[in-house]
Every structure is written in structure tokens, then in C-alpha cells.
Design a protein. Sequence first.
Lengths: 156, 168
Amino acid sequence: MWAEIRRHLRDFATPVLTGLDGDGYPFSIRCIPELDEAHGVLRVYLPGWTRIRKGPASLLCHGHNELLWDLRSFMVRGTLEPAGGNNWLFRPTRFVPGIGISGLSGMARFALAKRRTAGRYLQRRGLARPRIDWAQLKTLQARARQPSPPQPESPE
Amino acid sequence: MTLPIPAEVEAVLREFRTCEFSTLAADGTPITWPMLPFFRASTGQFMTTTSIGLPDKAFNIRRNARVSLLFSDPTGSGLFDPPAVLVQGDAVAPDVVKTSIGGFENEVMLVYRRQPAGTMYTSNPAMRWFSDWYFMRLEITVTPRRILWWEHGDLSAVPRVVEAIHVG
């Protein structure tokens, strides 16, 4: 796990750290983690006003280009603990690969795994695998290529 | 209902291509993944969806409604020097598998405008077989309870906060 974190983390300048606040809601903030090789932890500085509390946490690294492509992501589950002042330790427990960091074969494995997950979701509810209306999607794709911008909000 | 937020904050909610969406796993760990959010200004709520091939977000929400959306990556938004925004709220994710686009035409078109290469998933029969699961979706609606924002996206500064929002 540590080797994967070390290999991929360097591609992301400011990962998103998420912990819990005092009300039990997720609270996310960008941070600049430093690898502490000796202790197998990530050292992060959090501003004094932060609402994040000690406890379970995760670190997300992701990115995309201007056209929402070249998607890359991974997440690390772990725990967050104070280390004096505004310094904190993120102790990783699990590396979770996302999209775009495992190559084409990884992408194929990802898609097949999610296809099976979808099948199980339907099976447990006694639902047949639905047919997707591809023609309808194609029509919308063609409309999306037209020059007039769509309204961002659908009718309520 | 209009949210009590400045126009530049609302522009972020409308124009950012992705947000970092967090739900709570069974052991309480916040799980964060990028998502495509759709802000509905008339209700002050957010709509997003997840595939039944990636159902954990929905499972988490059905167990614990607390979620958050961080808007911190302006890439592709066209906005200059926007604030960063964190929305904390309560979500619902009904167990209804949607494969029809009816009612979501504008959102689907917006996705294809923002992500034109996404059409590759429907480009031929093999790709359609491979990715049909992606188009079997669960709808997620988020009602904001607290919104924080940081001018100029400076997350080291003290955020401005709107608390106890009553929308939805």
C-alpha cells in the first residue's frame, strides 16, 4: 500500500483530505501531505479554524483536463490524529484505485467488475437487466453538439 | 428557494465540472470521490446520480444521510479566480433504478457538452455491452445545511459560513 501511495501521490499537488466535523458531517479541505517514510504516515497541516476532528478520514487525489477527460483518481482510507499545533498525521489503512491510474487493462477490469456489481444489484431486487435506450442517448449527443448552450437546470 | 449566498459562489456551484463528494461508510470513514453535480437554483438543492455498478454511495446515504460536496477544482469551468466552496447537507438516494433520460435531458446534454469524449461509451455495440451498467443510475438529492466558502480559493483563510439553511 505504501509503495502505491508513494508512486501516485507525487502526481497530485493538493489532495482532498476529508474527516468528520463536530456534527458528524464530512468536512473536506485541500492539503499538501508530506510522506513520513520512517513512520508510514502522511503529515498534513490544517488551518486552526478547521472543523475536522480526530478519527476516520480519507485522502482523495483526482484530476481532469479542460474537457473533463484524462480522468485520474485514487483514494486512501485511514485515520487522522493531531500531532501538535496545526499539524496532523494521516495514517493510511487502504489504497483504493480509481480511474486512469492502472492503464487500459486496469480500466477493462474496472468496467467488468462494475458490470458484475450492477448485475448483483439487479438480481438481489429481482429485476431484469434493463435495456438502455441508446438511440435516445445518440439523439441527445447530437443535440449537445449544436451551438446553443443548454440551460443548466431542468424544469421542476 | 434561493440560497443566501453571493453570486460568485452560486456560479461555482453551477459551473464547476466536478466536486469532491463525501459519504460515510458503515465504519464511519468519510469516502470521497469526484462527482458531476447539478445545482438546482429554484430549490437550492443538488442532484447527482451514481451507477448501480458503483452503489456504495447510495448504500452509505441510506444508512447515514450526512454528506458533503467540496468545489475546489475550477479546471474547465471558465471562471476566473473563483472561491472554493464546501456544502454540507443531508442526502436521499431512493432505491429506484433509472435508465430513462426522461426529466434529465438538460443534465445529460450538459454532460456531453462538458465531456464530449464521453460519447465513446456508446460508440459501438461492444462498448455499449461493456458500459451498459454506467447508464443504470440511482438519483441522489442533497439538501444543503451549511455552506462555507473561501475567497480566491484560499483554503488557508478563515471561510465565510451560512448556517442552518432551510431549503428543499
